[in-house]
Write a protein that binds this ligand. Structure first.
Ligand code: HEC
Ligand code: HEC
Length: 219
């Protein structure tokens, strides 16, 4: 460092240094403007350790009852903190919206109903459809990561569309206002989105086969 400084100083060209400083500040100003007007997307480095670590935190949310209860292994939604089968056994149906008189929207209104043990609300409350079940229940971290990344099992979503889904989908966002008496998924929605982005942007790595779901309390 000091060597470099001496080298520059030895040229005795104060004027040149001053010019250089002016040039650098003009450059920074124009870059600054560019940052202001156009969205510069920084592509983070691939990092398998950071990516898998972020996914394990994403997995904690996906397998939380607020999310998993609508992503069951079978064709009946789940309920409660212990994810038991939904009372009265409403079925998925072809479009995920129930069958015959047991349509989800008969009971699940556009907003949460007041009181304990009342149906949580959302304008489009339903399960994933029969031909694209998006099952979270019972999946290992590796299985679930693969399923989310594969267009054949994620309803043909790109990485960007996955990020968009977890950022803005009303059912996802609604997980953090689930109605009275229900536990929230770990962390905030914002933190969940940040982890999801980190997982994808550092390379969308899939956990190894021996990566285990952390043991959960009360479940
Ligand atoms: C007959 C009324 C009724 C129908 C039809 C119905 N639900 Fe429900 N649902 C409820 C009630 C009431 C609760 C709240 C139960 C409680 O908290 O004890 C509930 C809770 C749930 C939960 C649990 C939410 C959570 O965060 O734990 C899910 C998931 C759910 N319903 C999905 C569905 C889906 C999907 C359908 C359609 C396939 C459906 N329900 C049809 C009445 C109904
Ligand atoms: C009321 C039921 C319901 C609840 C509650 C719910 N989901 Fe979903 N989820 C769905 C449906 C239906 C789809 C399919 C919609 C689509 O593909 O656009 C879906 C799709 C997804 C997808 C895309 C999966 C893929 O493979 O493309 C993700 C990720 C997801 N949900 C995460 C969550 C998270 C996280 C929560 C909890 C915070 C949650 N969901 C709660 C019904 C639900």
């Amino acid at each position: 460092m000091s060597n470099l400084f001496k080298k520059i100083a030895s040229k005795k060209s104060g004027a040149r240094i001053a010019l250089a400083i002016i040039a650098i500040s003009i450059f920074t100003a124009s870059v600054g403007r560019e940052v202001y007007f156009t969205k510069v997307s920084v592509v983070p480095k691939k990092d398998s350790v950071a990516s898998v670590k972020a996914f394990m935190q994403v997995y904690e949310v996906l397998t939380h009852p607020r999310c998993m209860n609508c992503h069951p292994a079978g064709d009946i939604p789940l309920q409660g903190e212990d994810s038991h089968l939904h009372a009265m056994l409403p079925k998925r149906g072809v479009d995920g919206k129930g069958v015959y008189a047991m349509k989800c929207s008969n009971c699940h209104q556009p907003t949460n109903s007041p009181g304990l043990h009342t149906p949580p609300g959302n304008p489009n409350w339903h399960l994933p459809p029969a031909d694209m079940k998006m099952i979270f229940q019972g999946k290992s971290p590796r299985e679930l990561a693969k399923q989310l990344l594969d267009p054949a099992t994620n309803s043909h979503k790109t990485h960007e569309q996955l990020i968009e889904h977890v950022s803005f989908d009303k059912l996802v966002v609604g997980g953090w206002s689930p109605g009275e008496g229900r536990e929230l998924p770990p962390g905030t929605h914002k933190e969940f989105v940040a982890k999801f982005k980190t997982w994808i942007e550092t390379g969308a790595y899939v956990p190894s086969a021996d990566a285990k779901a952390p043991i959960k309390k009360n479940r």
